[in-house]
Design a binder for this molecule. Structure first.
Ligand code: MTE
Ligand code: MO
Length: 377
C-alpha cells in the first residue's frame, strides 16, 4: 500500500478523500484566528506523502540561464537570507460543492474550507535563482519557473507545476522556498522539508516536497498544469475540451464565504440582528476593500468590519476576516438566506450566481456565498 506511511491527522479535519488524503477545515474553526493552526490547515494531496530524510534531502536547480546546482536543507538555511511572509493558500476547487449541487462534477468535494492563512519562513526564490546565475537584467530566454515534488505515482511521474518567471523576479516578489509554517518546521502533509509558497497564486502551483526547480521557455508539462486546473465556459464539456484553449490558473479571482452561522443553523432573532463572520480573499496581491452582507436577497446590504494582516501595496497575500451584524428582515417566514460578496482593490467583485461561472472541473467558484438559517424567537 503506497499509503502506509501517511502521517497522523487532526480529528477535526473534514476528510473528503482518504487516499490520497484530502481534508478541509470546518467553517466554524476557519475564522477564529487570522492564522490557521497548521494541524487544522486544509490538506490537498494528489499522491501518497513521500518519506524524506532531511539529512539526505537535496534541491536541484537548473535550466535556462542557470548553472546547475544542488542545495541541501542546511545550505538553504545557512547560505541565504531568511524571509517570513504571511500568505493565504486556497485550492482552485474551493467551494466546488455549490457547483456540484447545480450539475454533477467529478472532483474532490470541497465546501468553503479548502483555504487557510499562515506565516511562512524560508528563502526567497529570487535569491536562489540569482545564486544559480540568473541575471534578470539580461533578457533571459526563461519564461517560466517549474517545480517538481518528491511525491510520485506508480509509474514514477511526480507532481509538478510552474509559475511565470516574472512572478518570481519582480521587485517585491515574495515567492519563498519555505521550510517553516507558523514558526515550526513544515509538517509532512504541508511539504516537509521544503515547499514553494507563491503568494497570490492558486494552491496548485505551491509545490510541496520540492525536489527540482527548472527555469524554461515552456511552462510545466505536468498533467496538473496542462489538463486540470483550468476553467472553461459553462457549456464546454470534459470529453470534447481543447485543454490548450485556456491558460493554467495562476492568480485566483476575488471570493468570500460565510463561516458563521453555518448552513441550516438555528439562530435567535431576538436581538434584531444576526452576527455573521467569514473570510474574503483575492489573488495577485489584491487587498480586500469591502465585504457586503445581506439577509433579504440583496435588497439591502450591511458593510462588514474587516480585519487583516498589514501588507505592502500590491502585496496583500493574506486573506481578510470580516464580521457584520445584519438586520433580521421584518417579513421573514422563519427561515432566511444570508449572502456575502467581497470587492478587492481593483474593484473586482463576485458574480451573483453559480450558473454563470459553472465549469466542468468545478474550479474558481466565486459566486455570492449563501447560507440558509432558521430563525427562533
Ligand atoms: N505539491 C505536491 N508535491 N503534491 C500535491 O499533490 N497539491 C497542490 C499544492 N502542492 C500538491 C502540491 C494543491 S492542488 C494545493 S491546493 C496545495 O498544494 C495544498 O497545500 P496544503 O496541502 O499544504 O494545504
Ligand atoms: Mo488545489
Amino acid at each position: 500500500d503506497p499509503y502506509s506511511n501517511e502521517p497522523k491527522r487532526h480529528p477535526a479535519l473534514l476528510v473528503r478523500q482518504a487516499k490520497p488524503f484530502n481534508a478541509e477545515t470546518p467553517a466554524e474553526l476557519l475564522t477564529s484566528k487570522l492564522y490557521t493552526p497548521s494541524d487544522l490547515f486544509y490538506v490537498r494531496n494528489h499522491l501518497p506523502v513521500p518519506l524524506i530524510d532531511p539529512a539526505a534531502y537535496t534541491l536541484r536547480i537548473e535550466g535556462e540561464g542557470l548553472r546547475t546546482i544542488e542545495l541541501s536543507l542546511k545550505d538553504l538555511k545557512t547560505k541565504f537570507k531568511r524571509h517570513t511572509i504571511s500568505a493565504t493558500l486556497q485550492c482552485a476547487g474551493n467551494r466546488r460543492t455549490e457547483m456540484q449541487q447545480l450539475k454533477d462534477i467529478k472532483g474532490t468535494t470541497w465546501a468553503a474550507g479548502a483555504i487557510g492563512n499562515a506565516e511562512w519562513s524560508g528563502v526567497n526564490l529570487k535569491d536562489v535563482l540569482e545564486f544559480a546565475g540568473l541575471d534578470d537584467k539580461i533578457d533571459t530566454e526563461a519564461q517560466h519557473v517549474q517545480f517538481e515534488g518528491l511525491d510520485s505515482d506508480m509509474e514514477g511521474v511526480c507532481y509538478g507545476a510552474s509559475i511565470p518567471i516574472e512572478k518570481a523576479l519582480f521587485k517585491g516578489a515574495d515567492v519563498l522556498l519555505a521550510y517553516e509554517m507558523n514558526g515550526r518546521p513544515l509538517s509532512k502533509d504541508h511539504g516537509f522539508p521544503v515547499r514553494v509558497i507563491a503568494p497570490g497564486i492558486v494552491g496548485a502551483r505551491n509545490v510541496k516536497w520540492l525536489s527540482r526547480i527548472i527555469t524554461s521557455k515552456e511552462e510545466s508539462q505536468s498533467h496538473w498544469q496542462q489538463q486540470d486546473y483550468k476553467a472553461f465556459s459553462p457549456d464546454t464539456e470534459a470529453d470534447s475540451v481543447n485543454w490548450d484553449s485556456a491558460p493554467a490558473i495562476q492568480e485566483p479571482n476575488v471570493t468570500s464565504a460565510i463561516c458563521e452561522p453555518c448552513n441550516d443553523a438555528a439562530i435567535s432573532s431576538s436581538g434584531g440582528t444576526i452576527p455573521v463572520k467569514g473570510f474574503a480573499y483575492s489573488g495577485g496581491g489584491h487587498a480586500i476593500i469591502r465585504v457586503d452582507v445581506s439577509a433579504d436577497q440583496g435588497k439591502s446590504w450591511s458593510v462588514a468590519e474587516l480585519s487583516s494582516v498589514a501588507s505592502r501595496r500590491s502585496r496583500a497575500w493574506s486573506w481578510t476576516l470580516w464580521q457584520a451584524d445584519v438586520p433580521v428582515p421584518k417579513d421573514h417566514q422563519g427561515s432566511i438566506e444570508i449572502i456575502c460578496k467581497a470587492t478587492d482593490n481593483a474593484y473586482n467583485t463576485q458574480p451573483d450566481n453559480v450558473a454563470g461561472v459553472w465549469n466542468f472541473r468545478g474550479v474558481l467558484n466565486n459566486a455570492w456565498h449563501r447560507v440558509q438559517v432558521q430563525l427562533e424567537e
